[in-house]
Design a protein around this ligand. Structure first.
Ligand code: ZN
Length: 396
């Protein structure tokens, strides 16, 4: 097949060149070469994409989302929406994500994620490559236990496997792996959904059992953590990424840095949060958007882009670029773009992903404008081309 040539400003995951070019081989699905136009041999016969002022960047990666297939932001709906409906709505969400320039995502807890992932890999549906956790892991009475229901019904409907004690935690990891999980997600605390102060959940012993069981087969663990104690627990247990990570301190940031733990601050939901009657909640959110981000920056934590969007009306898949915009507010556009490309690929374990270098996966986006100046140009309406694995999914 004819090679593809993309001309314009090129952000390769680390560096930017103004008069750049990316050459893609659709047959191998790899980048043949990229760099300055004067340094790269352009094939004589190729399909050329060039647009005044456009930027070519690696396909974006959302390292934290959920395919809940629910129309509202509601735990009751997340657990009661029929699984067939979840999967069908995910078909729509997958298409929207790809159209918006996301070529890989991590689903950190849903009932259908591993099947959505498999369907994409089998070319049954179109969308980003999905690294799914299958269900999440949580203690009984934990973050997504709808406690108004009898326990056995809550467990049957939940998108978490409830586990208590190290051996149940190990078994829950094994259940996820049996489902096809490529990452493990654990709730080490509650969230604001329960209305009160987020509670610490699972013990360090339980968290260590989860991490050990996952790491024995080379699978990473992402931990939901709100509050200093939960953060301290997950760092001690040796998880691979901290999700949300509310309540950082200098000591905790230092410890996370030393262990090479990724930080996925999921800012979008917190920026969108309205003031509530719960002053403690509001103070924690404010602290996350200010002090936590300052500490993460000062300590040089590895930041990955995760929107935590669930596909509801207020958090619709396809608008996930908002997390890049929000990260740019604290870290600058360069770090935000790297979080959504190179660093995200490292965290997911996406081989050859997140970069546009010779031999990289040909997952790329062409956006009108310069996202390094204005990350808002990554909104879906400004995306001109989307290529995944060398195949064009969107073109002008
Ligand atoms: Zn989440």
């Amino acid at each position: 097949m004819e090679q593809l040539v993309f001309r314009g400003r090129v952000f390769d995951g680390e560096q930017t060149v103004d008069d750049g070019i990316v050459v893609v081989d659709p047959d191998s699905g790899r980048v043949v070469d990229s760099g300055r136009r004067r340094d790269v041999a352009e094939p004589k016969s190729a399909r050329v994409f060039a647009h005044e002022g456009a930027t070519v960047l690696p396909g974006m990666i959302d390292a934290h989302l959920h395919f809940f297939g629910s129309s509202t932001y509601s735990l009751a709906e997340w657990v009661t929406v029929p699984e067939a409906m979840t999967a069908l709505r995910a078909v729509r969400d997958m298409r929207k994500l790809l159209w918006a320039g996301f070529t890989a995502v991590r689903d950190l807890g849903s009932k259908a994620g591993t099947y959505i992932s498999q369907a994409e890999r089998e070319n049954v549906i179109e969308g980003p490559r999905v690294f799914a956790s299958s269900k999440s892991l949580a203690q009984t009475g934990g973050d997504d236990d709808l406690t108004i229901l009898p326990l056995e019904i809550s467990q049957r409907l939940s998108y978490s496997y409830y586990c208590d004690g190290p051996w149940e935690c190990r078994r829950a990891v094994r259940l996820c792996l049996r489902d096809g999980a490529e990452v493990i997600k654990v709730y080490a605390s509650g969230s604001f959904a329960q209305g009160t102060k987020p509670r610490v959940q699972l013990t360090v012993e339980e968290l260590k059992a989860i991490v050990d069981e996952a790491h024995r087969v080379g699978v990473k663990v992402g931990a939901h953590a709100y509050g200093e104690i939960a953060l301290s627990n997950v760092i001690e247990a040796g998880v691979d990424s901290i999700e949300h990570g509310i309540g950082l301190t200098s000591e905790l940031a230092d410890a996370a840095k030393k262990k090479g733990i990724y930080y996925v601050p999921t800012l979008s939901a917190f920026y969108a949060a309205k003031p509530s009657a719960n002053a403690e909640r509001d103070a924690l959110i404010k602290r996350h958007l200010t002090d936590d981000m300052r500490l993460a920056k000062e300590h040089g934590l590895k930041i990955a882009c995760g929107s935590d969007f669930v596909g509801s009306e207020t958090e619709p898949h396809g608008q996930n670029y908002r997390e890049v915009v929000n990260l740019a507010r604290s870290f600058g556009a360069g770090t935000a773009l790297a979080a959504a490309t190179k660093v995200g690929a490292e965290l997911l374990g996406l081989e050859g992903g997140g970069m546009l270098r010779k031999g990289s996966r040909a997952d790329l986006v062409m956006a009108s404008g310069d996202p390094l100046q204005r990350p808002e140009v990554l909104a879906p309406e400004n995306i001109l081309c989307v290529v995944k694995g060398g195949k064009i999914y969107r073109s002008p």
